[in-house]
Design a protein around this ligand. Structure first.
Ligand SMILES: [Zn+2]
Ligand SMILES: [Zn+2]
Length: 140
């Protein structure tokens, strides 16, 4: 890979981009592979990794490095934040903060010049909240 530019768009790559374009979809490579296999039964995990890598290097998708857990991939390359459910691990996009909430405008911290920041909110998603509420009602 001399210059990292995408030379030709393979059907696999187009399909990966198409699948990742779904809103609020942040699969791991393995999850994406399972998803793609339904449409492209002959695709290999290696091909998925190779194409993801290429798309990330070309800025067409984002790779979310989340501490020790596996990387997830995101087709939404506009600046946004994430919220993750601690119970079912579902992850949604936060495209705009709630009214009245602002992002910190920090220019420098601990000697670093700040270029960007990302929030990861953690919480319970609506369906896990419902399940939890239903469980609590049963116990009453
Ligand atoms: Zn949940
Ligand atoms: Zn996202």
């Amino acid at each position: 890979m001399a210059n990292g530019k995408i030379q030709r768009i393979t059907p696999q790559r187009r399909m990966i981009q198409e699948v990742l374009d779904k809103p609020d979809y942040h699969p791991t490579a393995a999850e994406l592979y399972e998803d793609l296999r339904r449409r492209l039964p002959r695709i290999s995990l290696g091909t998925v990794y190779r194409n993801l890598d290429l798309l990330v290097r070309n800025g067409l998708i984002n790779k979310l490095d989340m501490g020790s857990s596996k990387s997830r991939y995101d087709g939404n390359t506009k600046k946004h934040h994430h919220i993750r459910c601690v119970s079912c691990h579902r992850m949604d996009d936060i495209n705009a903060l709630p009214a009245g909430q602002t992002e910190p405008q920090i220019k420098e911290i601990r000697g670093y010049r700040i270029l960007d920041h990302h929030f990861e909110f953690v919480g319970l998603c609506p369906s896990c909240r419902n399940r939890q509420n239903a469980g609590e009602e049963k116990r009453l």
